[in-house]
Every structure is written in C-alpha cells, then in structure tokens.
Design a protein. Sequence first.
Lengths: 334, 475
Amino acid sequence: MLSRHANELYWMGRHIERAENTARLLDVTYRTSLLPYQVREPGLGWPEPWSVPLITLGLATAYYQRHAVLTAENALRFMILDPSNTSSILTCLRAARESARAVRGAITSEMYEDLNSAWIEMRGYDYERIQTLGVSDFLEWVKMRSHLFRGVTFGTMLRDEAYHFIRLGTHMERADNTARILDTKYHILLPSVADVGGAVDYYQWASLLQSLSGFESYRKIYSDVIAPRRVAELLILRDDMPRSLHSCMNLILDTLQVLCDAQSHELERQAGQLHARLHYGRTEDIMRFGLHEYLVEFLEHIALLGAEVNSVFLVPTYGAPAAAASKQTANSVG
Amino acid sequence: MSSPPYDEMRGAEGDIRLHYRSFADWLERTPPEHIAQKRGEAERLFHRVGITFAVYGEQSGTERLIPFDLVPRIIPASEWQRLEAGLVQRVRALNLFLRDIYHEQSILCAGVIPAECVLGNAQYRREMVGVHVPGGIYAHVAGIDVVRAGGGEYFVLEDNLRVPSGVSYMLENRKMMMRLFPELFATRSIRPVHHYPDSLLENLHAVAPAGEERPTVAVLTPGAYNSAYFEHAFLAQQMGVELVEGQDLFVEDDTVYMRTTRGPQRVHVIYRRVDDDFLDPLAFRPDSTLGVPGLFAAYRAGRVTLANAIGTGVADDKSIYPHVPDMIRFYLSEEPLLANVPTLLLRDAAQRSEALARLGDMVVKEVHGAGGYGMLIGPAASAAEREAFRQRILAAPERYIAQPTLALSTCPTFVASGLAPRHIDLRPYILSGKGVSLVPGGLTRVALREGSLVVNSSQGGGTKDTWVLAADGES
C-alpha cells in the first residue's frame, strides 16, 4: 500500500488510542483529586494532582504558556478542548477523523462513519456542557468511542496491510501510554513518608488500576490487598492483561512479523529485543532497578522503535524527493 | 421567457405525465410526516457518510452538504434512447476533434472552424502536438450538461471534458433513495447505475500503454482539501485502486512509480482529477506542488496514460461550443441528434450588437468560466448589473458568449412551503476507451431558489435522483 496511506492509518490508530488514554489519565487524576488532599501538612510544597497528567505527557511547558496558574478547570480545558495541545482529546479525535478522510478508500465505510460521527459529537462539547454532563461521564464517552472504533475495525475490516498498520499504531501508542500512566504514581507524592502503605497510598494505586481497567483483574488474579510490586507485574509483565506492556509488545511483534520483509529485518529485530525484555523480565528486577527508572527506559526504547517504523514504512526516502505536503486546492467543481 | 417552462411531471393541462403516474400516486398516498421524517434521515445519513463538498470563498475547511431532494427526475425509455444516441455521437466527434487538432488539423485546413479560434485558444496545449494517446481517446470521461426548453426538447448547454465531477452524487443519490424508499423500486423497472465504477475501470484498462496485460490504475487527487475530494476517494474505493497525491508518485526513466510500504510500484494509467496546469511542475506551472515532476515526459514517451488526456480544455471551451454540430457533420457525416443552444459569439461584431440589444433576455457567460461564477442572467439582473456587464463585454468581447435565457424545465421539489416547481438540468457521464458508453442516468441538479436558473452546487443548487425507465408507458 501507499506509504502515505500507511502513515495515515498508523496515526489514525495512534490518535484514537491517545484520546482514550488521555481520558484515562484525566480520569485517574480526577479520581485522585477527589481524595482528601486537604490534610497535607502546611508548607510541604507537593504538587497539585492536576500537574501529573501534564508532567507525564511532557506538556507542562505548553500548559504554562497558555495558563498562568494550575487549576482543575484550566487543566481540563487544556487536556480536553485545547486545539493547540497535540494530546488534547479534541486534537486527537480531529486528527483521527482527518486521517480517516485521507484514507477513506483503505478503511470500511463503517469505520469512517464512526470516526466522523465521533468528531461531529466532539465539536458539540464545550467546557460548560462537559461540566453539566459530569467530567467522568464525558471521559467515559471518549473511552466508549475508542472501544467502538476498535470494535468496528475488528468486526468489519479486511485483514490486509491497512488493518495491520492501524493495529501497529494502536499498540505502539498504548505501550507508550500505559507506561506513562503507570509512571504517574511516581509523580503523585504522598502527604508524608508516613503515608506510604497508608490509606491515601492505597486509594492512589486503586484509582490507577481502575483507570487502566485493571482493578477487577487485579482482584481476580491476586485476591489480596493492592501492593505496588503486583501492580507493576500486572501492568508490565503479565501477557494476559490487554493493556500491559508485555501484551502490547506481543501485538507489536506479531504485527511487524506480518508487515516486515527482507528489507525491514532490522526493525523486526529491535522489536524482538524489546519484547524479550518483557517476556523474560522479572518483577523483582524491575523493583530493584526502580519502577520509575524502568518505565523511563522503556519509553525511550518504544520511541526509538517508532522512529524505525517511520523510516522503514511510513516516510521512505527512496526515489526523487517527495514534494512538500500541500494543503492547496487546484481545480474547481463545475 | 414568454412560454411557461416544461414541467417534467405535469402536462400543460395539469395532468400527470404517464411516466410519473405511479410516483405521483405514491406521493399522494404517503403521509407528509413520513416524507418529512425521511428527509431528515437523508440529511443525517449524508452527514454521517461525509458526502460533503468544500465551498470556495468561504472560510477554509468549510464543508457543506449538497441538498438532496426526494422527488426523482424520471426519464422514459424512448426519451433516454434518443438522448443516449445524441450524447454518444457528440462525444465521438469531440474525441475525433481533439485527435485531429493535435495531429493533422484537417478540420482547420477545411476551414470548418477558424484556425485561430483553436490554435490561439489558451486551452490549446502546443506540448500535445504529435503526442500519441492510446486509442486516440482524449476525453475518457465526459460530462455533458443537458437542459430542456419550453417545448420539452433537449439541448446541450455545455461540454465538460477536463475533470468533470459529480458522478459520485449520481451514485449516492440512488443509494439513498433505495435505502429510504425501497418500495418505490420494487414495482418499477428503474435501470440501475451502480456499475459506473466498474465501467470506468474497464475503460481505463482499455487505454493502458500497449502490451500491459494487467495495468495498475491509480486515481490522482489534489488532496483532502479539494472540493471534490469525497468523489476522488469514493471512485478509488469503488474501483479498488489506490488514491494517490502527487507526493506519492515519482518518475524514473520515464516510468511512473508509487511509493508503497513494499517499495516502488509501477503505475500504468492515472485517472487524474488534477488540472493540466498542475500536473507536472517541469512541464507546466513550476509552482505546482500537486503534480509529479517528469510526469509529462513519461506521458509523451507513452509509458503512462492520463485520463482525461492533457489539452482537452480546448474542446469544451465556450468559444468552441458553437462549432460542435459542425464537428459532428465533418467527422461522422451525420446530422447532430442533440441540438446546441443558439449561441452568439461576442467577438463577432454583428453577433455582439445583437446580444447587447437584447441583454435583458440573454445569459452571458465567460468563455473560460465554470461553476456558475462570472455570468450574467439578463432577466434576473438589475439595470445597473446589466450596464456593468455591458462595459465588461465591450472591454474584452472575445471573453464572452451570449445565449437566450432558456426556460429550463422544472420538476416538483420539496421547499419550505411544500412541493414547488424548481428548474433542473442533467449531467450524464459518457465513458470512452472501450467503445463509447454511459450508464442510464446522470446527475440532476436543481436550482432551489424560486425562479433561479443556476443549478451549480457552489451557487445553492441541490441534486435529485435520476430514474431512467426500462420501458415507456405508465410506471
């Protein structure tokens, strides 16, 4: 298929997944912000919970260019509705719909109609409407739209190259986002050291699990209290947990094995190496290395893999140099 | 404008025409609420499917829906047969004309058309002289606009031989009607149109460079921001071929390739929806970012076929239009089956003074204009507008033609106040390559404003489904 189309499909998958995970990240923040923070000791400058999504997505600088102070309202406006924020839900849904429009021929009409109607609905939301509806309900809507898109894709699309590029995008993004959401716990400081393992700590881990749809699974697997090392095991190493890093890497590797040919062997090797670290990794090693440090390293690896996917499939360099992408219109309709 | 316009549904006495009878009965029987609900449904569906077009001159990125009207335009079998024969004849002659003026120029030598009128035309591409195109076909897709005057007779209003658009609406309108009112199709023999994309692909295969057993076809679009992008994507999908932009193609050794995830892949036939000027920055406009450097060289070398060919604009130019009947006589030794609208060429002094004397009855069009932009509709214009146009004509008479204002036929149409007659035209799409053929139907456009004669979508026009019946008589 056309490299440009593969690029659009890949990013369509990524943007929908990113919209969902931004919603998940905001959801965990929202839940955490409802916990009793007011009990903090005076003068102990620990950050607002709303700084967490900004830090984990690397958007703090962009935020402070638009807003002087950090408030829940500003953070929600920025993360949901701000068109200048590349990770805002609005931006992601628009970009996914634009990509779908650019590759209408490569996807089913149900998929296009799904993304188009998601975008039309999204345009109808402003901050006041979201407040009226309830922030959680709105974030739930975003997640449902993402589920719907995946379902429509899974249920209607030919298992061709186009399908695999969407799946590749979805899981590259999810691997990145799960690692970031997991890392939020590192940034949410507890009121005091004494609180480690206390009630606030417990609720923070619980809301993190919930935001990754892992709470019930955790109960099923461990039938025990929430312990950080088990959360890490569940969301990093278990391959039966659909949002875990191991699961994502399984799917990425499978997809690349379908897509790669002799010329793209290096890409497959890199993915295999990253996969092996998860496949053969041990929780105790991760915890000894440091969960935060482990996640930071993983994010670097997944970014490198993304760059390789880009140069092998999406923006190839052979032939005459491609003309700059143009937004110009030339002919008119009679 | 003295005689009343021809009403497609009713005769002069107000009686329902035979071929509209069962539809009128159905309309009579169906509760207005049901119809209103279906109209809402149609609008929602079109929005959801994303059948929209961009409007120039409005804020960039504006997408609008072309209003769709539920009352079909119905054409009885015998009437269609005459129309079809006339259209096939006309397109045959136009293709012969294009081949001729880029080779022997016999029609110019014979003095049938003044040579300067062709060779001096801005749309005449000197680069195409002597270039061989497969099958001698230039206009693979022709959109011929047809209207009906007061007595019900058909006239050709204009030929569109460059990148005629709108065929996706023909197909989507039918799909919508069948979805909303399946009962209407169950009992009537309405000829299907949905094989158009197959037919288009077949014609494109037929004009591939010689020796290509399994040619690769691609649709070339200016991109997602073009007003007709929906149609480009739609046709590519329906034909099962790639939709490419200029940046997806490159030329090496006079061969065109697409950039794919598996490396370069050769392209043999390009159904291009990009204007001549923008196709190749090395051959035409150097500032074009929509085209493919080296494409014209590959084309000249016969390594790739472009559909439509480069340089077809000279044959659909409004200054050439009055000569089409002579082309038919010259190349085919036949009398034209479809008449032209009588046209005055304002570069001619006598015709100009005739037109200026009756400006209030005339439609004046720019020779190179399209899309209903830059025209004067005499009867609808104010005295000041007519005077302003008179000055423009006198300043550059060769840029204008004038035609009597036709009382375009009307068809009942849903408007705010209920059903009312509105003016319509018809654009059938004629395919050449593997013979000359057309699917039974076309795009019926309707001027939604009362009394308006401008049907262009950019000027507030809507569309209707077009039914060609398999038999005459009551349907």
